[in-house]
Ligand binder design. Structure first.
Ligand SMILES: [Zn+2]
Length: 345
């Protein structure tokens, strides 16, 4: 057995140099000293000696740890007189944090729809192709599936199809219709919005982001018609932009609505009076939404009888609504975390 004195000196020296002094307690030499108790002639005296060493090590470790903790700390003299010329900390509003424009505007949108009787639901960040396409009347092989530039994952669902990052909030439509199905039987309407994040494999520019926010809306009841769709959207947009606005509806195509429309709004900035208007390029109209009457196949996929109930659905980019409201020229600012941009809100 190694000399006790020698081991003691060696271990204490190691504590003094180590950046992890507590690890010395696991040193094999120390274990060897412990197991030596068994064979010692005078077990009591030997045991006391080992315990004494352990106590010394503990004290040395505590001292070393305090020493390590003090490194890099500037000592503060709490008795020093106050510097009366130092700037006073300010709590002016500009120096406090502000709510991100995306969060703030989304809360406003939810609030306007809540007052019209719509509930808000969350979307998800990974979904299956059944909800993204199948339930929305895009059968397998439907060419419009390719229009979405969808991000696919390497993980697959039960059918062996790649899971996806949803490219639109309509991925929630079937779930929302099923969740509130009971309302129809009770003679009420299904009225829900889904304001949430979507993902597309886009080439990025001032008008395109790979990650952005969409507002989905569905309304289903007995006797719902296109006039109610137009009135609801007009009501929402007038509340959001705080002024009376004209709307224009053009025929369009989506697999999940029939008929489908592209919904345009009279330019809230120039009302068509400024040929140099940056928002509408002088046309007086801004295309803002896609919408239409929910396709009977979409209702059937949610166990709703299309001969009894009808409904409308709409979708638009939340970023787009905000950009128009605040005349933001580049969609990428919204996710940029640039303080000089965010501090304006
Ligand atoms: Zn304009």
């Amino acid at each position: 057995m190694a000399d006790f004195q020698q081991i003691q000196t060696e271990l204490l020296a190691r504590v003094g140099e180590s950046t992890e002094p507590r690890s010395v307690l696991r040193a094999p030499e120390l274990r060897e000293l412990y197991s030596g108790i068994r064979d010692a002639n005078d077990k009591a005296a030997y045991g006391a000696q080992v315990n004494e060493l352990k106590a010394q090590l503990e004290a040395a470790i505590s001292a070393r740890e305090s020493q390590l903790a003090e490194v890099d700390l500037e000592p503060i003299d709490v008795t020093a007189p106050m510097d009366t010329n130092a700037p006073v900390p300010s709590l002016l509003p500009t120096e406090q944090g502000t709510i991100h424009p995306l969060s703030r505007e989304t809360a406003r949108i939810i609030d306007i729809f809540a007052r019209m009787g719509f509930v808000a639901e969350q979307s998800r960040e990974i979904d299956d192709q059944y909800h993204m396409f199948e339930t929305l009347n895009f059968p397998k092989g439907h060419p419009a599936r390719d229009d979405y530039d969808t991000f696919m994952t390497v993980e697959t669902d039960a059918d062996g199809e790649p899971l996806i990052a949803p490219a639109h909030t309509s991925t929630m439509q079937n779930r929302v219709l099923k969740k509130y199905h009971d309302k129809l039987e009770a003679g009420e309407a299904i009225a829900a919005i889904v304001p949430d994040r979507v993902f597309r494999n886009e080439d990025l520019d001032a008008r395109h982001e790979h990650t952005f926010y969409q507002l989905e809306g569905v309304y289903v009841a007995k006797g719902v018609h296109a006039g109610m769709l137009i009135a609801t959207l007009q009501e929402f947009l007038q509340a959001y932009y705080g002024q009376d606005l004209d709307v224009r509806v053009n025929p369009f195509y989506f697999p999940f609505t029939e008929p489908s429309f592209e919904f345009a709004l009279s330019c809230p900035f120039c009302k068509g009076q400024d040929s140099n208007c940056k928002v509408c390029s002088g046309e007086g109209w801004v295309e803002l939404l896609g919408c239409g009457m929910i396709h009977p196949n979409v209702l059937k996929a949610a166990d709703i009888d299309p001969s009894v109930y009808t409904g409308f659905a709409f979708g638009c980019g939340i970023d787009r609504l905000i950009m128009m409201k605040h005349q933001i020229e580049d969609i990428r600012h919204l996710e940029s975390a640039k303080l000089d941009f965010l501090e304006q809100f």
